[in-house]
Design a binder for this molecule. Structure first.
Ligand SMILES: *Cc1c(COP(=O)(O)O)cnc(C)c1O
Length: 394
């Protein structure tokens, strides 16, 4: 889906399909199936070369289709397939393209469930997975060979906010004929040109910034029409991880305000990071928009802005980090991100609890680390809240 609109127009209008009633807000087609005028029509629709119309909601649905077309247009992808969750998108993208004997190279710093899919599930079916330090292009160069079928990485890692060079990794992968699959959640569609920078497949958990108000799980796989229709669709429609029409409607509404929310969240994140830098209660502040971030120059060219997430390392380890979390009054303790509400997470004891200590050390997940997903509340209120809680934690 491409058009000549700018992203903010695309996010509001692309993909709209109006019914005969001409509704303003997109209709929710809460229907499992579709009626055929005649037996001949039914037979024709099931033929592979038959009319591309709706058959069954697991295969496709008009509300879901609006969402797929809108976000594909926004991302500059030819097509998309919406899924029941972000993990259905990650696993669907990988499982649909891989078979026993294939080789995958992945960055090591991954969301826990992504790591499980790569490390535990794919390997069970005979796929070999090699992990590298994603920020080090030399490691990608050494690991990717002509036998590599696909590479996988999160363009910004969770929770230490390392940024991976999409163009750099894509150039290396393409020289060996490997497909590049990018989990782009932390970059958000607002700060993404992942396809322009070389990604073949882009995956989002639409649960995050796209919903943006913590209501429903969803995901999407974006890529070429050929890949989405010939590889992803048969896998998804037969294994059942399709998005519900109600979720698609919520996420269409989310897309309308995403740009405004994400830019406001990012502006606050930048101000918060700057005002916390050098704070006596902190070991460090990690934010991709700070000039001391190791990939600051790459962030400027790849995303343009530092995004909506920052991490702080509270002095005094877990005890102080917990004191800090318990003292915050506006922000909430939870594990979603990209929400309108500011959310604090202690990765070492929640999202990354399962990891052995050695792996936590390797990934920089210290006991004092707190991940902050900035919401859309007032910037001054948020900074004051975080600072008063840091005083309590001292
Ligand atoms: C949340 C998240 C997922 C999984 O998405 P769900 O919608 O929770 O299934 C995958 N990758 C990243 C980077 C995430 O943040």
């Amino acid at each position: 889906m491409t058009n000549d609109w700018n992203p903010r127009t695309t996010a509001v209008h692309a993909g709209t399909r109006r019914s005969q009633y001409g509704e303003v807000s997109e209709a929710i087609f809460l229907t499992q199936g579709f009626v055929y005028d005649t037996a001949e029509d039914a037979a024709a629709r099931f033929e592979e070369a038959g009319p591309d119309e709706f058959i069954y909601a697991r295969y496709g649905n008009p509300t879901v289709k609006m969402f797929e077309d809108r976000i594909a247009a926004l991302e500059g992808a030819e097509d998309g397939f919406a899924t029941a969750s972000g993990m259905a998108a990650v696993s669907g993208a990988l499982m649909s393209m891989l078979k026993a004997g294939d080789k995958v190279v992945s960055s090591r710093a991954l969301f826990g469930s992504c790591l499980y899919v790569l490390e535990d599930i794919l390997t069970r079916y005979g796929v070999t997975v090699t992990f590298v330090d994603g920020a080090d292009l030399d490691q990608w160069r050494a690991a990717i060979t002509s036998e590599t079928k696909a590479v996988f990485f999160e363009s910004m890692s969770n929770p230490t906010l390392e940024v991976i060079d999409i163009k750099g990794v894509s150039d290396i992968a393409h020289a060996s004929g490997a497909l590049v699959v990018v989990d782009n959640v932390f970059a958000t569609p607002v700060y993404s040109d992942a396809i322009g920078q070389g990604a073949d497949v882009v995956v989002y958990s639409t649960t995050k910034h796209i919903d943006g108000q913590g209501r429903a799980l969803g995901g999407i796989i974006l890529g070429t029409r050929d890949f989405i229709r010939k590889t992803v669709e048969p896998y998804m429609k037969h294994t059942g991880g399709s998005m519900s029409p109600f979720t698609a409607w919520l996420h269409l509404k989310g897309l309308e305000t995403m740009d405004l929310r994400v830019r406001a969240q990012t502006a606050t994140a930048q101000m918060m990071a700057e005002s916390l830098q050098g704070h006596a209660g902190l070991e460090k502040v990690i934010y991709p928009g700070l000039s001391d971030h190791p990939q600051f120059d790459l962030v400027a060219t790849q995303m343009g802005k530092g995004g909506t997430m920052l991490s702080i390392d509270v002095k005094g380890g877990r005890k102080s980090a917990f004191k800090f979390l318990n003292a915050v009054k506006i922000a909430i303790i939870s594990n979603n991100l990209g929400d309108a509400k500011t959310i604090l997470t202690h990765p070492a004891t929640t999202t990354h609890q399962r990891l052995p200590q050695a792996q936590k050390d390797q990934l920089g997940i210290t006991d004092g680390l707190v991940r902050i997903s900035i919401g859309i509340e007032d910037t001054d209120d948020l900074i004051a809240d975080i600072k008063q809680a840091l005083e309590v934690a001292k």
